[in-house]
Design a protein around this ligand. Structure first.
Ligand SMILES: Cc1ncc(COP(=O)(O)O)c(C=O)c1O
Length: 436
């Protein structure tokens, strides 16, 4: 394809442009999004909604959202400990199907729990210092349900500006009193709380953060946040979706590394990364709080419970996470993370954040990112492109997600193809913009 033929409209614009369409025809007014998306698709600069045609292993086969097959070294799956194809986990899922069938067939508030989901609650509780566990159908549902379940219209939510969509949407559903502080900026957090408390000492304040931010791979000082929350009588929520199970010698993530499990009033997590399944949880400090959530957080009460297959899969994954095998896998994962980051840096690429299974690599403008993503896939590398508005404008990046099963060769090869892809993208970008 002649690279100059990519129209500017396919290299500019963002999802944000189509978020608030105008007009009385609710359905018809969505069409401009498809036109823009399709233009990008036609020029192979729409790298989203791809599907795997094999398990999400280190080398995998996949398809674009138009159905074109491609293969490559896979750094786009969040199977951090490579448990998705673990024989014992597959066996646990098969046994669950044989015993319970495949369906929970109800909300956990009615008859949707199974022996497997009850066992999972107990096992997970043991892993997180005996906290009470409430299960959710997805991590997103847990994050949303945690904020919506506790916060009422007169309360306040103060979020790190980069907190995940589930937490932001939960806040929007609960109250109009929403404040953001700069990413990891604890002075900003303090200023917000000070201002709120200067006018309102009656209502609640929920402070929301993540123990590992999923686009930036960085971590707050949770002890310092606890102290600030105490000063202003605020409640602290920590989302540990990405680091629980994958980080720390014992797999207890940054809350464990910082010895801060007791500091968070509310912990939410996901089973869709390290735990080889779908689902999420909220961990709170006592039974009374958990029981309240079971009937007042909508995504638990009014959504079907985890299936018995999911619960059995997650329990077995958790058992492995806590075992010597899990420890070995985490060490292998961290070796891979450090190796990938070092090789990227040697290649002159800018790696962001701290070592974690998420390795963000800066690309630059959205146009450059789109070219680089097309080139990377063509050369046999698979990594997710993250663009505005998920990250700041002009801050497009690849999010490499590392797995324990990656080999040194996988890492060396993906860095090599990324280097080539970035060079080609740069030429395409210049050609494209110089010809405008
Ligand atoms: C920080 C964070 N919280 C929550 C979620 C939602 O988890 P799930 O994929 O299980 O719905 C994600 C996943 O994208 C996440 O990155």
């Amino acid at each position: 394809m002649s690279l100059e033929s990519v129209p500017e409209a396919a290299l500019t614009g963002s999802l944000r442009d189509y978020r608030s369409p105008i007009g009385s025809d609710l359905v018809g007014r969505t069409a401009p999004f498809y036109q823009w998306q399709n233009l990008r698709r036609q020029h192979s600069v729409w790298p989203y909604a791809r599907s795997t045609a094999t398990a999400p292993t280190a080398r995998c086969q996949a398809r674009t959202d138009s159905g074109s097959p491609f293969t490559g070294i896979n750094f786009a799956s969040q199977d951090y400990l490579s448990l998705s194809s673990h024989p014992e986990i597959k066996q646990a899922a098969i046994e669950a199907i044989q015993t319970y069938g495949v369906h929970s067939a109800g909300s956990a508030a009615l008859l949707g729990n199974t022996a497997n989901s009850i066992a999972l609650e107990n096992d997970l509780s043991d892993f997180v210092d005996g906290r009470e566990i409430v299960l959710y159908p997805t991590g997103w549902a847990a994050g949303f349900g945690a904020v919506q379940g506790f916060v009422r219209p007169n309360d306040y939510v103060v979020l790190d500006v980069l907190a995940h969509s589930c937490l932001q949407e939960g806040a929007r559903a609960a109250t109009q009193n929403i404040h953001h502080h700069g990413h990891l900026n604890l002075e900003g957090l303090t200023r917000k709380l000070e201002r709120i408390r200067a006018n309102d000492t009656e209502n609640g304040i929920l402070v929301v953060t993540e123990s590992l931010f999923s686009m930036h791979s960085d971590t707050p000082d949770i002890g310092a946040m606890r102290a600030i929350c105490d000063q202003y009588k605020a409640t602290l929520l920590v989302d540990c979706a990405h680091d629980l199970g994958s980080i720390g010698d014992d797999g207890r993530g940054h809350l464990g590394l910082q010895n801060m499990f007791g500091a968070a009033d509310i912990i939410i997590g996901s089973f869709s990364k390290t735990f080889a399944s779908n689902g999420g949880f909220i961990a709170v400090k006592d039974r009374a709080t958990a029981e309240y959530l079971r009937y007042y957080s909508a995504t638990h009460t009014f959504s079907n419970a985890l299936s018995p297959v999911q619960a059995a899969t997650i329990s077995k994954a958790l058992q492995i996470v806590r075992s010597d095998e899990g420890r070995t896998l985490r060490r292998k994962l961290m070796d891979n993370i450090l190796y990938l980051r070092a090789r990227m840096q040697e290649a002159g690429l800018e790696v962001l954040g701290d070592p974690s299974p998420i390795v963000p690599v800066r690309v630059g403008t959205e146009a450059l990112g789109r070219f680089a993503s097309r080139e990377l896939a063509a050369k046999g590398g698979i990594a997710n492109l993250v663009e505005y508005p998920a990250v700041p404008q002009g801050g497009a990046r690849f999010r490499f997600q590392v797995m324990a099963a990656h080999s040194r060769e996988d890492i060396e090869e993906v860095v090599r193809v990324l280097e080539q892809a970035m060079k080609s993208a740069d030429l395409e970008y210049r050609a494209s913009y110089e010809s405008v």
